[in-house]
Structure formats: C-alpha cells, structure tokens
Design a binder for this molecule. Structure first.
Ligand SMILES: [Zn+2]
Length: 143
C-alpha cells in the first residue's frame, strides 16, 4: 500500500488533478463573467465536467500506481505480492464496512485492480515471490 502511494507521488497524480481543477476554475470564471454567475445551466455543465475529468483520471492513475507500486516493492526487496493480497482481503470486505468505505469511494473496485495488475504483471514476479530478508535488504548499507 505504501509503494502504491509513493507511485502517486512519483507520477504527480495529485498535482495533475489540482492543475486540472485550477484550469476548470479558470474556465468557469471566464464563463461566469460572460454569461453571468447565476446561470445554473452553465454551473451544472461545469460541475459535471469537472467530476468526469477527476474520476476518469483517478481510475487510470490508480491502476498505474498499482503497477508501479508492485515494481517498487520488488525492487526494494519486499514481497511484491503484498498489494494483491491486501486487495483480495479488501475485495472480500463489504463496501459499507467503515474501515474500507472511503477506499471504495476513491479507488476502483479491488477486483478490477487485481485484473488490471494480473494483465500487466502476470507471472513475471513469481521468482522473487518471497522477497529478501531484512539483512539482505540492508546489505549495502552495512558495508
Ligand atoms: Zn491510490
């Protein structure tokens, strides 16, 4: 899960969403000036447009963060199947369960994420399934 979040930072996903919403705010400001701030039709179009943009970008960003997260995990010497294991557990948990409700709202369904991960990674990480031990992981630091 940590490497998934690191991947979001490395790929500037949140920054891109912010930039996109600032662009939408700028466009909304221009339209409001031209057509009047109270034009409800314009406000509705802008609102739903912003929501669609944020959602579609989020979904592809989440799949990318999963793929990159698994690779980062493997490169750091950890067991790369930690994320798929967690996704399986979350997928079996009801989406109304308070501990995972927010995750279901902000991320694609865990089953979809598992399918996408399987498509991208397949069995390519099977040979490093167990990961390195702690001392192997820090070997270079000690010497
Ligand atoms: Zn995420």
């Amino acid at each position: 899960m940590l490497s998934h979040e690191i991947a979001h930072v490395v790929r500037s996903h949140h920054l891109k969403i912010l930039q996109k919403s600032q662009l939408l705010d700028f466009g909304a400001g221009l339209l409001s000036k031209k057509l009047g701030r109270d034009n409800q039709v314009i406000q509705k179009v802008i609102g739903s447009g912003a929501e669609v943009c944020a959602r579609s970008l989020d979904k592809s960003a989440e799949f990318e963060a999963d793929r990159m997260g698994v690779v980062l995990t493997a490169r750091a010497g950890y067991e790369p199947y930690g994320l798929p294991e967690v996704l399986q557990i979350i997928g079996q948990t009801g989406k109304d369960e308070s501990s995972v409700a927010l995750l279901f709202k902000t991320h694609p369904h865990p089953d979809d994420r598992l399918v996408k991960l399987d498509d991208a990674v397949g069995s390519r990480l099977d040979n490093i399934k167990d990961g390195k031990t702690l001392s192997e992981r820090f070997y270079h630091l000690k010497n």
